[in-house]
Design a protein around this ligand. Structure first.
Ligand SMILES: *Cc1c(COP(=O)(O)O)cnc(C)c1O
Length: 289
């Protein structure tokens, strides 16, 4: 089947809060969460050129890695189902059956569970080589879809804006592939705020620094050093944001980004009159149990 990565128009929601309007700060949310019912948010952009590349290289199988709630594996499984390719998911930790993985299996993904210890070496060449030997027909995507194809796809996100007149772009960061792509397409006078629930990661800072002249900042959020931790502030914020804006945010990425952005604006990190674009990267499926 031909791959038809045609996107519907992506909408912008303007966020209405008195602490913003008092300072004439415009905050728009780019709704990547709405682009596709299954291939949510940034994952669509990361898969686009990877699928093309897999087809071009004559591969009939897609293989990648993730945790049990991985939005990346979920999107990959659906893409394989939709475009007629086999999929293999290498999952971190003990075998479980949650909603994410049940969907993956229903779309035909074969799951292999590996220990957390083994998973830790996922960036090592030996680890990837092992899977390339085991599955010679597979096109292997790194965790989070972080490769040149994935980054190239994310460099197209801002093309979907009616006008890009923003001073600051904000997004939540995991592997950093989305941030790298977005940085690549930003104007020199724009600034990227990356909301991270990791500890400061020097490799990531170095990678981002290579992308272009736009500046970026890694802003840490509410995690106490543990990725994916839902601290006690997260759920009340998510609920009150939904009540006020009628927009659902996932707990792991987008709620934390928005909490961090609100904090930064309240603490005066942005000048009065700033125009801010926050990217809603989707991921709501990962909130299920
Ligand atoms: C995967 C994911 C991210 C992180 O994207 P990276 O490109 O890995 O930094 C952010 N938000 C959501 C909802 C995600 O699913």
């Amino acid at each position: 089947m031909a791959i038809d990565f045609i996107l519907p128009p992506i909408s912008l929601s303007s966020i209405d809060e008195s602490f913003l309007s008092e300072r004439k700060i415009q905050l728009d949310l780019l709704r990547l969460d709405q682009i596709h019912p299954q291939i949510s948010g940034n994952k669509w952009f990361k898969l686009k050129y990877n699928l093309e590349s897999a087809k071009k290289n004559g591969k009939d199988t897609l293989l990648s890695f993730g945790g049990a709630y991985s939005n990346h594996l979920h999107a990959l499984a659906f893409a394989g189902f939709r475009y007629g390719m086999n999929t293999i998911g290498i999952v971190r930790g003990d075998e479980v059956r949650n909603s994410t993985l049940k969907d993956c299996m229903q779309w035909g993904m074969k799951l292999h569970f590996i220990s957390r210890e083994e998973y830790r070496s996922r960036y090592e060449e030996k680890f990837l080589k092992n899977y390339a030997d085991l599955f010679p027909h597979a096109y292997i995507l790194p965790e989070g879809g972080k490769n040149e194809e994935g980054i190239r796809g994310c460099a197209e996100i801002l093309d979907h804006l009616p006008t890009n007149h923003y001073d600051v772009v904000a997004l939540s960061i995991g592997s950093g592939a989305t941030a790298r792509g977005v940085l690549r397409s930003m104007k020199d006078d724009q600034k990227l705020f990356c909301y991270s629930s990791f500890r400061t990661n020097h490799e990531l800072i170095e990678e981002l620094g290579k992308e272009n002249h736009s500046s970026f900042e890694i802003r840490s959020v509410f995690c106490y050093g543990v990725f994916g931790k839902i601290t006690k502030e997260v759920i009340p914020f998510k609920e009150s944001f939904f009540a006020a804006q009628n927009i659902a945010l996932d707990s792991i990425y987008n709620t934390k980004m928005m909490m961090g952005l609100y904090r930064d604006i309240r603490e005066g990190m942005l000048k009065d009159g700033s125009r801010v674009l926050a990217i809603h990267t989707g991921g709501l499926q990962g909130d299920r149990v």
